[in-house]
Design a binder for this molecule. Structure first.
Ligand code: THU
Length: 381
């Protein structure tokens, strides 16, 4: 689960890569060299030194870094002035903090540029739990150092840290630090981001709005089942087991499990025992549950909910492939409305519900026949 977000600045939060390129072109003009946008295509994201070194190498010229750096600072600050340079969705940083997630800014740029940009984005230093510039590390991106430094300062490990980047060098840096990396398509395209190792690609930060917990953000950023054969069971994406047994065999075993647990039904008040069995879609395992009544009647637990919670205790979130309800009633008792709502959380519309009694043949329904319009929380649909 996500605990910390580590943001690159230029091209992720700040719409500044074009300004940097413009100033770079202007600088090379002062030494009589014609540079173009393409001159800087592999020069972004790894700090000022590499920005100029790579461009000079691409142009086949030599230059003075000190002169270039002084020119860059003067012109960059001039151009930015009071301009708002926030990329769409830059206030994502504030929302992440609100959701209880740590935030760090990890820019290879010099400290003056980091501070100029934070203001230009409309954020404050206090929006970040830690800020690192290119001056805080010896080896700049694509080395992993800046992200490792941030994780040490925040006290988090790489498996709970997510890096936001927009350049191949930056993505490489995040991957070398062992983090999952989300790439924007502000500077490079999706194919280039994936080739560089990005775990997830989004247009920009405005694409991820709907979350208020780390878990919801995790689902938005890394829908691990995207593009796989996962099936939606209520609020959950589950990859169903490839069935080896004939379905009739599984049904028979589930019915037997429900009958057996029916005998254990704790019903001293109603004297109406109910048994249930859930077949997990992911594993094919069968989980039983009987009704458990209580002196305080309202505290009673139905058989279906007992079976479902038992399955979840063993497997975590489940998909319900088959649910059997066993009772001694004619016609056989269906799940109550409360149970249907709980089933909805883990059932597909064609999940099979089998109602069984000791005397009659099993009656089969699909879940959608019993509850055609279940309520599922909007962000989980
Ligand atoms: N009961 C179930 O176990 N499942 C249902 O879906 C409906 C009702 C139980 C609860 C209680 O112990 C008894 O049936 C009578 O209401």
């Amino acid at each position: 689960m996500i605990e910390a977000l580590l943001f690159d600045m230029d091209g992720v939060l700040a719409d500044s890569e074009d300004i940097s390129i413009q100033v770079g072109i202007e600088y090379f003009k002062t030494i009589g060299v014609n540079a173009t946008r393409d001159t800087f295509s592999n020069a972004l994201g790894c700090g000022e030194r590499l920005f100029f070194d790579k461009a000079a190498e691409n142009l086949g010229v030599s230059y003075s870094y000190d002169e270039a750096s002084a020119f860059f600072k003067r012109r960059y600050e001039e151009i930015i002035g009071d301009r708002n340079i926030a990329l769409p969705g830059a206030d994502f940083v504030k929302r992440a903090k609100k959701a209880g997630i740590l935030t760090a800014l990890c820019s290879s740029a010099p400290r003056w540029k980091v501070e100029t940009n934070i203001e230009g984005i409309g954020l404050e230093k206090a929006d970040f739990d830690f800020i690192a510039s290119g001056e805080d590390i010896k080896r700049n991106k694509p080395e992993k150092d800046i992200y490792e430094l941030a994780m040490i300062k925040l006290g988090v490990s790489s498996d709970v840290s997510v890096v936001f980047e927009d350049t191949t060098g930056g993505i490489e840096s995040g991957k070398r630090a062992g983090c999952r990396v989300v790439s924007m398509m502000t500077t490079i395209d999706g194919a280039a981001a994936e080739a560089a190792g990005a775990d997830s690609v989004i247009s920009d930060l405005s694409a991820i709005q709907e979350f208020s917990t780390p878990g919801e953000l995790e689902a938005l950023l890394f829908d691990v089942f995207a593009g796989t054969d996962a099936v939606r069971y209520g609020a959950n994406l589950i990859r169903p087991l490839e069935r080896k047994m004939p379905r009739s065999f599984t049904e028979k075993r589930a019915i037997e499990a429900a009958r057996k647990t029916w005998e254990n039904g704790y019903a001293p008040y109603s004297h109406f025992k109910v048994g249930a069995a859930v077949v997990s879609a992911a594993t094919g395992r069968i989980y039983p549950g009987c009704n458990v009544e209580n002196s305080s009647y309202g505290a009673t637990i139905c058989a279906e909910r007992n079976a479902i919670t038992t399955a979840i205790a063993a497997e975590g979130a489940i998909g319900i492939d088959i649910l059997v309800v066993y009772s001694d009633d004619d016609p056989p008792a269906p799940p109550c409305a409360v149970c249907l709502q709980v089933i909805a959380e883990f059932a597909a519309s064609d999940t099979e519900i089998i109602l069984v009694t000791p005397r009659t043949e099993p009656v089969r329904y699909t879940f959608k026949e019993l509850l055609p319009m279940p309520f599922i929380f909007p962000t989980m649909r």
